[in-house]
Design a protein around this ligand. Structure first.
Ligand code: NOJ
Length: 560
């Protein structure tokens, strides 16, 4: 029998540490808090934890600006307590993945501090330092016209060096020059450091951006955000560098690597994940299915379009079939809560269950983001000044140029990724049981109703549904290995697909509307031959070869 790598059976719980659980009462989530929740995480039925960055950081981008890759941020603990988390997780059969953020470092990383000391400093070439251009009238201009993702121009001037450095994200996140072999050696050192400690793998941040086109050409047109994308996204050298990391380090350990890949389609992803000698990543984090209610970025909104979402999921399912493996997710720390976007806060529990089954029963590795399992929803803050995130500031700045402040606030309330960064809601005690201190960020006021404790004992809760779903997945060969076939792709209300592994079949029917609509099973499916395995309503019956669906109804049928 062919050997199946362990990551194909696993499900991952994603922790954004600052808001998960505070163990020392300073208002900030930390590793002591994580230690106290390992049994809870295990009880969900997941197999691994991915930690968003735990490293020392000045927090310009809440940890995605790293000033020391081989230590733990004092807010979160220290290496000793990290080792304890690792051991305790392993003891429970949970693997642990770190976030590897090497497209950029913090400007407070010693490498960058050195690099800006002089042009002949050995670290100068660790980053993209370039002289400016002289524009009309002798005006000094940055080396090219690229805009960053987070803060206007992608270049920042240093008057002492009379040079600019490149930052594709925030000013405090200078891009590392991966063309420099010394930088690649540093990355390998970081990988070995954590793997030798016992870590089981990495989620690699914007890894498809790590190579920039030679000459850093001007981009056209000049968009306010990330206009130079084609000159740094998915360049062939990105694959070469990842291959080198794999050859020299990763292949020597039993580890897992998932790469974040914004603006990457499934066909391009195949370059990295196709199983065989050229494979450099186990999976990639796709974005297209998160763009069903927006255009390219979460902030350019449009009404939710189910057909668009289905197309995105199906494209990855089909293109990777038999070749590579998918990462499946609908929430993380970079997006507003999914019930508030693709589901319905009015039908929070129903739509939350439907959405969970919708993505987790596809082929791939499901990722569950903290709070998703209890159906946490957006937390619109009443004032723009209350937000704390660099990307949110940038969106507000750009939006202010074209809309009144009230509209800007509405946009931010609906789309900011900070919606997903509110403290985890553990119980209905003060601050949702997240901290005994003053929480670093606003707790969602709905925590009296939505919290882990309240859902633990309720067999119909979302939390217990997630547990059932994860166990269903784990014990069903059609879900783990089966082929994926979509029905009625053009239907605007239902997402229907089948998974099949030899005789074992699973049919997933998801209504994406609050309307009651007649659902007719596809012609070659006779529902009376199938058994209802999971649903989000108490009772279900069929009339004819179908049913009248209730709001956000989910039905999962099996046939063996
Ligand atoms: C992707 C991360 O998920 C996001 O949180 C971060 O802001 C950017 N990369 C920059 O590191």
């Amino acid at each position: 029998m062919a050997f199946t790598p362990w990551y194909k059976d696993m499900a991952v719980y994603h922790i954004w540490p600052r808001s998960f659980c505070d163990g020392n009462g300073d208002g900030i989530g930390d590793l002591w808090g994580v230690l106290s929740k390992l049994d809870y995480i295990k009880s969900l039925g997941v197999d691994a934890i991915w930690f968003s960055p735990l490293y020392p950081s000045p927090n310009a981008d809440w940890g995605y600006d790293i000033s020391d890759y081989m230590d733990i941020h004092p807010d979160f603990g220290n290496l000793e307590v990290f080792r304890q988390v690792l051991d305790e997780a392993h003891r429970r059969g949970l693997r642990v993945f770190m976030d590897l953020v090497v497209n950029h470092s913090s400007d407070e990383h010693p490498w960058f501090v050195e690099s800006r000391k002089s042009k002949d400093n050995p670290y100068h070439d660790y980053y993209y330092w370039r002289p400016g251009r002289i524009g009309p009238g002798g005006k000094k201009l940055p080396p090219n016209n690229w805009t960053s993702v987070f803060e206007g121009d992608a270049w920042e001037y240093d008057s002492q060096l009379d040079e600019y450095y490149l930052h594709l994200f925030a000013k405090k996140q200078p891009d590392l020059n991966m063309d420099n072999p010394k930088v690649r050696e540093e990355v390998k050192r970081i990988l070995r450091f954590w793997l030798d400690m016992g870590v089981d793998g990495f989620r690699e941040d914007v890894i498809t951006f790590i190579s920039k086109a030679p000459g850093l050409p001007n981009a056209y047109p000049r968009l306010p955000v990330a206009n130079g994308l084609r000159y740094y996204s998915n360049r062939p050298q990105a694959h070469d560098y990842l291959k080198e990391f794999k050859r020299d380090v990763l292949s020597r350990y039993d580890c897992f690597v998932v790469g974040e890949s914004p603006m990457t389609d499934a066909a391009t992803a195949l370059r990295y994940v196709t199983e065989g000698p050229e494979q450099v990543l186990d999976e990639m984090i796709a974005f297209s299915h998160m763009e069903a209610d927006c255009f390219m970025t979460d902030f350019i909104r449009r009404p939710f379009n189910l057909v668009k979402m289905k197309k995105a999921f199906s494209s990855w399912q089909h293109k990777l079939a038999g070749k590579g493996w998918n990462a499946l997710y609908i929430e993380n720390h970079d997006h507003a809560r999914v019930i508030s976007r693709y589901g319905s806060e009015k039908y929070r529990v129903e739509s939350g269950k439907m959405l969970a089954a919708m993505y987790m029963l596809q082929k791939g590795t499901p990722f569950i983001y903290q709070g998703q399992e209890i159906g946490m929803v957006n937390n619109p803050l009443p004032e723009l000044e209350m937000y704390k995130d660099v990307q949110t500031f940038n969106t507000a700045r750009i939006a202010s140029k074209i809309m009144p402040k009230k509209k800007v606030l509405e946009l931010i309330q609906a789309t900011s990724r900070e919606n997903a960064r509110t403290p985890m809601q553990w119980d209905d005690s003060e601050n949702a049981g997240f901290t005994t201190g003053r929480p670093w960020f606003f707790v969602n006021g709905n925590y009296h109703d939505i919290n882990v404790k309240a859902q633990e004992d309720d067999p119909n809760s979302l939390l217990n549904f997630y547990r059932r779903l994860l166990s269903f997945r784990k014990n069903n060969a059609a879900i783990l290995r089966g082929e994926y076939r979509e029905y009625i792709p053009a239907d605007k209300n239902f997402y229907v697909y089948e998974r099949r592994h030899f005789e074992k079949r699973v049919l997933v029917i998801c209504s994406f509307t609050a309307e009651q609509l007649r659902f007719n099973a596809p012609e070659d499916i006779d529902l009376s031959q199938w058994e209802l395995a999971l649903t989000n309503y108490d009772y279900s019956f069929t009339i004819g070869n179908g049913f009248t669906s209730r709001p956000y109804e989910l039905r999962v049928y099996t046939m063996n």
